[in-house]
Design a protein around this ligand. Structure first.
Ligand code: FE2
Ligand code: FE2
Length: 137
């Protein structure tokens, strides 16, 4: 699969503070996997990353559900795909080197998640803007 890898930048910001900060938080967490670390710390970070991701995906889905976003089901399927990849990585992490884990995290956040924000999340922004001012807070 051809997937662009990219770090956090301003163009990922929608002007929806809670969503933006949750997105950025995941990039910040992914950055902690670069360089050295010990197995225990990396496993802890991985659990934290996957918990943050789950919270974000759930919050986003709840926001979209409350605004009756018409593409919610398709969007949820994309999130389910991401959750499956995270679960798989958590399951396999003990058999992987720290470098391999870092590479997987980079693919998941700088690859999959980056592309998800740029291609799928971006699609709901006009709907959110017109259907709720509450979501801005
Ligand atoms: Fe999303
Ligand atoms: Fe998102």
């Amino acid at each position: 699969m051809d997937m662009q890898l990219a770090e956090w930048s301003d163009k990922l910001e929608f002007g929806l503070p809670r969503i933006d900060s949750q997105h950025k938080q995941l990039f910040d967490l992914a950055a902690t996997f670069a360089g050295n670390g010990d197995q225990i710390r990396v496993m802890k970070s991985l659990v934290m990353l996957s918990n943050y991701a789950k919270v974000h995906l759930r919050d986003e889905e709840e926001m979209l559900a409350s605004l009756k976003y018409p593409e919610l089901e398709a969007h949820k399927r994309l999130h389910a795909e991401f959750k499956d990849m995270l679960i798989k990585l958590l399951d396999n992490a003990r058999q992987l080197s720290l470098d391999e884990i870092a590479k997987e995290v980079q693919y998941l956040i700088y690859g999959w998640f980056y592309n998800h924000i740029m291609q799928a999340d971006v699609e709901y922004v006009p709907w959110v803007r017109t259907h709720s001012l509450k979501a801005l807070g």
